[in-house]
Design a protein around this ligand. Structure first.
Ligand code: C5P
Length: 223
């Protein structure tokens, strides 16, 4: 395992990814976006027209394709069989179907193993997801858990989606976020929940910069 591991978990659109990336930058640490891994397997399964509820088939997608996760210009770049899919994994269809991969026990096991392998190559790492502090890196040095009101998270997601040309209304976006929360919290394996020793940060009324500053100060004082 890396010498120093910081985990950031939390629900969809809580700002984890941006915060983790900026915090990693400030700390001179590497950054791992584990949601990108679930998204990549989901994309490969959709493109192979696999029955998403068939765990065996999903597992063979993961085993038979070559997934590469690297950090490029501070962001997580994803390739499947050498093809760059960094943008494609953000599609709405992928977001909506990621729950199948996320609730398949054997896929989670394999993805957690890949996350640990990734971390083992780094000196310092900030890793974000749903189960980083509870399962993947239960002995991490510092664990954060970000929360924010669903209405605020929907607003943030709408700004992101508008920038990509999508015109979904706020109500639809909030409903989708709440459905994702429920599916993440209710699954039997690696459910979304704070680790017992996680520092919970409510980001509802904070800007990204304020959240990063808060986390950075905590790390400086406690590392
Ligand atoms: O964080 P992001 O929205 O990119 O994650 C995509 C999906 O992958 C989430 O909806 C969640 O169900 C799943 N996920 C997970 N465990 C993680 C990271 C993501 O189950 N560590």
């Amino acid at each position: 395992m890396a010498n120093f591991v910081i985990t950031i978990d939390g629900p969809a659109a809580s700002g984890k990814s941006t915060v983790a990336r900026l915090l990693a930058e400030r700390l001179g640490a590497s950054f791992l976006d584990t949601g990108a891994m679930y998204r990549a397997v989901t994309l490969a399964a959709i493109e192979a027209c696999v029955d998403m509820s068939d765990e065996e088939k999903l597992l063979s997608v993961l085993n038979n394709r070559k997934f590469q996760f690297t950090v490029r210009e501070g962001r997580m770049a994803v390739c499947i069989d050498g093809v760059d899919v960094t943008e494609r994994i953000r599609r709405q269809e992928v977001t909506a179907n990621a729950r199948y991969v996320a609730s398949a026990a054997r896929l989670r096991e394999k993805l957690v193993e890949m996350q640990r392998e990734f971390a083992a190559r780094e000196k310092k790492i900030v890793t974000e997801g749903r189960d980083q502090g509870t399962v993947a890196f239960a002995d991490a040095n510092i664990k954060f858990y970000l929360i924010a009101d669903a209405a605020e998270r929907a607003k943030r997601r709408q700004i992101e989606l508008r920038a990509k040309g999508s015109s979904e209304n706020l109500e639809q976006i909030q409903k989708a976020i709440e459905e994702r929360d429920k599916s993440d919290e209710d699954r039997a394996v690696g459910p979304l929940k704070p680790a017992e020793d996680a520092i919970v940060v409510d980001t509802t009324n904070l800007s990204i910069e304020e959240v990063v500053e808060k986390l950075f100060c905590f790390v400086e004082e406690n590392a």
